[in-house]
Design a binder for this molecule. Structure first.
Ligand code: AMP
Length: 555
């Protein structure tokens, strides 16, 4: 198959915003696609070259793409940058420059689907010395042989900005339509494989019947947020199971007769990073094979839970693993069993799964335990349990429907989470950074500060919440106002006089050496401008310290 054929579909998809029309276009195409090409086509239509479970990244920045365009078109970098600023999208820049180049030469051979897929996939596997140069060559080779439209899509795929509007739901419905299946059936099979390409291949073979297999990562069950205990009961029914909600790293633990494998919620294999967990599972879980769902929570010497931040470094760690395990020990808190002794338990009710869990795990405080639980229909008891959970240093509670099956990958009302909501802060902007690409004419990320006496201390960098066009605080407005307040600029960074106050919400306050306040906000977001407030109203470091202390009930 030529890549051109995919590009034809991209342009049909670009012409419509209607979901049903997109489904028609894709399903017709899938019907005609051979089994061997189905995965590639399905992934490319979503702007990627791997299945979702692989969680790979192409790892090329927009800056590097500038180099690619330079290498494959011979155009000087300055011209490319100017055009980028004008067009706001590097794909369009490549398209235009290849057009000009083609008026000069017409030597290229037709790109095949396999060639594009292979070169792009290689991008994510390259490691070590010379990687950057090899990446640039791989993409340049494609651009040198592509027509203008192909070049645009290749570049936008690499930078993760393919603009044809194909969300996962559209792919699901298209597969269902192409192979005359029920959308729910397609989704259920996706949840087991986390791979729409694979599901489509099985449909083509007429053999859509996936099974849970220990050793192969699955999507995990997710929880909806509730604001209070009443809401939890409303969502779940009269009698519920409450569990401590640990703030650690979600681990799915697989054992397939021979080997234990650990995967994160995103299906990354982290077996090597947690050797002590592997050992502990070997020694303390009964069964010839299994899949357990758990949270590895960091604990300190006194056995108290510590915030996730401290153990998060273990996930990506490739060296000094034993030392990390010693410095940042985890306690595995198991809360579910999805598969045991050759049997899937996905459709069994939680209460049954938990009963089994209690039989197969030999608990050892500090190593492996079952999450602390309370089964009750009494709201006051839940409140008491919630307070205890916060005092123990957890994030709050997970509250679960006793009858619900294990529903991977979806926010269904089987599980809800309850954690204290933190009040937003009023902070003042003291610095900003100019954006890249289409945001290059705006200041696009903002340093926010709190107050200590008459000084302003930085507590984070935030861009979320600020809008390009829609209602709300706009980049254009902040840029215009902050330009007037600029004290100093160096490179893309500017320092500004404290004046503009914004209300910032966040998930958590963490200690951090990166900012002068000594604290940082996790997932900060600008909600609104506080034009009604003056500098004397900016939140103080004292208040931040207090929220920090209280957020886990550590009064
Ligand atoms: P959140 O990340 O706030 O959406 O909360 C959901 C996450 O809480 C899950 O993905 C788990 O990593 C974690 N978690 C902690 N304790 C539990 C528990 N007892 N049951 C289920 N998930 C838990």
């Amino acid at each position: 198959m030529h890549y051109e054929e995919i590009v034809k579909i991209y342009s049909q998809l670009e012409k419509t915003t209607k979901r049903l029309e997109k489904v028609d276009i894709i399903s017709e195409f899938l019907k005609k696609t051979s089994k061997d090409n189905l995965s590639k086509v399905i992934n490319l239509l979503q702007g990627k070259v791997y299945a979702d479970w692989e969680e790979l990244k192409l790892g090329m920045s927009e800056r590097l793409i500038l180099k690619v365009i330079n290498q494959s078109t011979g155009m000087p970098s300055g011209r490319i940058e100017a055009l980028w600023k004008k067009k706001g999208n590097l794909g369009k820049v490549a398209e235009e420059l290849i057009k000009t180049k083609h008026q000069r030469t017409l030597t290229s051979t037709k790109l095949t689907l396999d060639k594009v897929y292979e070169n792009l996939r290689k991008l994510s596997s390259l490691e070590g010395e010379g990687t950057v140069g090899r990446k640039v060559s791989l993409v340049s080779e494609l651009l040198s042989n592509s027509n203008p439209e192909e070049a645009r899509h290749i570049v936008n795929t690499v930078i993760g900005d393919l603009r044809v509007g194909v969300a996962a739901g559209i792919i699901r419905d298209s597969i269902a339509k192409a192979f005359d299946r029920d959308a729910k059936e397609i989704e259920d099979n996706y949840n087991l494989s986390v791979d729409y390409g694979k599901v489509a291949e099985l449909c083509k073979e007429g053999n859509l019947n996936l099974n849970l297999i220990p050793g192969k990562p699955i999507k995990l069950m997710l929880a909806i947020k509730v604001n209070n205990i009443e809401e939890a009961f409303k969502a779940l029914g009269e009698k519920v199971q409450c569990e401590y909600k640990l703030d650690g790293c979600r681990l799915q633990c697989h054992f397939d007769l021979k080997e234990i494998k650990l995967f994160t919620r995103r299906m990354e294999n982290v077996t090597k990073q947690f050797p002590e967990v592997v050992k502990c599972l070997k020694e303390n879980v009964k069964g010839k094979n299994y899949i357990l769902d758990s949270e590895a929570a960091g604990i300190n010497k006194e056995g108290r839970y510590i915030p996730f931040q401290n153990i998060s470094q273990r996930i990506k760690r490739k060296y000094d693993i034993e030392k990390m395990a010693k410095d940042f020990p985890v306690e595995l808190n198991v809360f579910d069993v999805v598969y045991h002794n050759d049997k899937s338990l996905m459709n069994e009710p939680l209460i049954k799964r938990r009963e089994l869990l209690e039989k197969i795990i030999n608990e050892k405080k500090g190593n492996i335990i079952l999450t602390k639980k309370l089964i009750t229909d009494d709201k006051n008891k839940v409140k008491k349990f919630y307070d205890e959970a916060l005092k123990a240093g957890t994030e709050g509670l997970m509250i679960k429907n006793l009858q619900s099956g294990f529903k991977p990958g979806r926010y269904v009302d089987g599980w809800v989470k309850l954690k204290p909501t933190l009040e937003p802060l009023d902070l003042v902007i003291t610095g900003a950074t100019w954006g890249e690409g289409k945001r290059s004419s705006w200041l696009s990320s903002f340093i926010v500060s709190c107050k200590k006496d008459d000084n302003y201390l930085e507590i984070g960098r935030v861009g979320s919440g600020v809008k390009e066009k829609s209602e709300g605080v706009k980049f254009s407005y902040l840029t215009k106002e902050l330009k007037k307040l600029t004290i100093k600029s160096s490179g893309k960074k500017v320092e500004v006089k404290p004046k503009i106050i914004v209300q910032v919400s966040y998930e958590e306050i963490q200690k951090s050496p990166s900012y002068s306040s000594g604290y940082a906000l996790r997932f900060p977001r600008i909600n609104i401008l506080r034009e009604d407030k003056g500098l004397s109203d900016v939140d103080t470091l004292e208040r931040i310290k207090k929220i920090y202390r209280n957020q886990r009930g550590q009064k």
